[in-house]
Design a protein around this ligand. Structure first.
Ligand SMILES: *Cc1c(COP(=O)(O)O)cnc(C)c1O
Length: 384
């Protein structure tokens, strides 16, 4: 699905014009188009989604030794970005129904475990200041941004939305990534819109956008004498990447249609299988089902789930597990976590199924049928 649109034409323009590196017309066009899509005033293109997260946390003012509340069930990048700032993650459980950050638990944590001191919100157990919330929209669904924004306002916290997996996802008619102080996207090869690699910082705040651009271009204050006002980063996106990203972005609605069609086929099969839970479609959300995921029957142990994924692999189908919850990652085992239950259960039972836009419906059907057979065989107690 990489060459059905303007990809070749835009790449050729880059090479012919000589604009191949970290400036050029496609970078600006790509920024404008992503800003328009999200309904944000400003967008700053960067080298990756992870760079976008690091930048976003820096511009909202996350300082060393502060804490950021982040989804426990997530790809590790947002957690690492908190660490890059010298700050500490506080892991928030997933909602068992929507699989996204549990906004009610978040409210309860802020209410029961934190105190205001000199207008700063302090985590009572660690004595550290909590600066921000980092909800991660996972799998092509959306977090409950209504509740999360209300909580942020009540407790004086900044919000950075990780919408890397949520390009095209709407919540109450608004695009994911457009609710918080800053939102981020990724254009890695596995995302719905790819640029080969890349990311975007979006915000409605001109000051934050200016600061994002400054930090990601080595914090340069003077062109002639190369004065750098502080420690910056080389996080720029190249014109070549932006060219591919822009051409892909033009095709987003078609990609979403395909993803939703694949999800519909999976759902038609798995909704008829006893004990299996299909991917949720949370109310007031337009999902993209970026990565279609089902839950094995309640009580399934992780090693059974692993064996099932291996058996699918032996049959030529590439399935995988959800992410190991962040509080169990070796680097973050000592970080605070709030009443984690659902994230562990989703990890134990979740199987992510082939979902690429180019997936042949015949292969989808064969994969789903193979999985149903394995589940039925397990249920009837016949050894594999
Ligand atoms: C892919 C992804 C990222 C990181 O993006 P990169 O471009 O690979 O750095 C961050 N967060 C989530 C949730 C992702 O899925």
């Amino acid at each position: 699905m990489l060459q059905g649109g303007n990809e070749w034409r835009y790449l050729k323009e880059c090479l012919e014009s000589g604009w191949v590196s970290s400036a050029g017309p496609f970078v600006e066009r790509f920024e404008r188009e992503v800003a328009a899509l999200v309904g944000a005033q400003h967008a700053v293109a960067v080298a990756s989604g992870t760079a976008a997260l690091h930048t976003a946390l820096r511009v909202v003012g996350v300082e060393p030794d502060e804490e950021v509340i982040v989804s426990d069930l997530t790809f590790i990048a947002p957690v690492n970005a908190i660490h890059y700032c010298g700050a500490h993650p506080v892991f928030m459980d997933a909602d068992p129904v929507t699989w996204q950050m549990d906004a009610r638990k978040l409210e309860r944590f802020l209410d029961e475990e934190c105190d205001f001191q000199d207008q700063r919100l302090i985590h009572r157990r660690t004595r550290r200041r909590i600066r921000a919330i980092l909800p991660v929209h996972i799998l092509g669904l959306a977090c409950d941004m209504g509740r999360i924004m209300d909580a942020a306002e009540k407790y004086g916290l900044r919000v950075v939305e990780d919408a890397a997996e949520a390009m095209g996802v709407h919540f109450y008619g608004r695009h994911a990534g457009g609710f918080g102080d800053v939102g981020i996207f990724s254009f890695n090869g596995n995302k719905i819109v790819t640029a080969g690699g890349g990311g975007m910082v979006v915000t409605g705040d001109a000051g934050l956008a200016r600061r994002a651009r400054y930090l990601t271009t080595q914090a340069k204050d003077d062109e002639i004498e190369s004065l750098h006002g502080e420690v910056g980063y080389n996080y720029r996106l190249t014109n070549i990447q932006a060219a591919v990203g822009l051409a892909q972005l033009e095709r987003l609605e078609g990609f979403i249609e395909r993803k939703r069609e694949l999800a519909g086929r999976y759902e038609a099969i798995f909704s008829a299988v006893e004990g299996v839970t299909c991917m949720p479609s949370p109310p007031n959300t337009r999902p993209t089902y970026w990565l279609y995921t089902v839950l094995l029957p309640q009580g399934t142990l992780p090693d059974v789930r692993r064996a099932i994924i291996e058996e699918l692999g032996e049959n030529g189908f590439q399935a995988r597990a959800l992410w190991l919850p962040a509080h169990r990652q070796p680097s973050y085992r000592s970080s605070p976590a709030f009443e984690i239950q659902a994230a562990d259960d989703l990890f134990n039972r979740g199987i992510c199924l082939p979902s690429s836009v180019g997936l042949d419906p015949v292969d989808l059907l064969r994969c789903a049928e193979t999985l149903v057979q394995i589940i039925n065989r397990q249920r009837s107690g016949v050894a594999g």
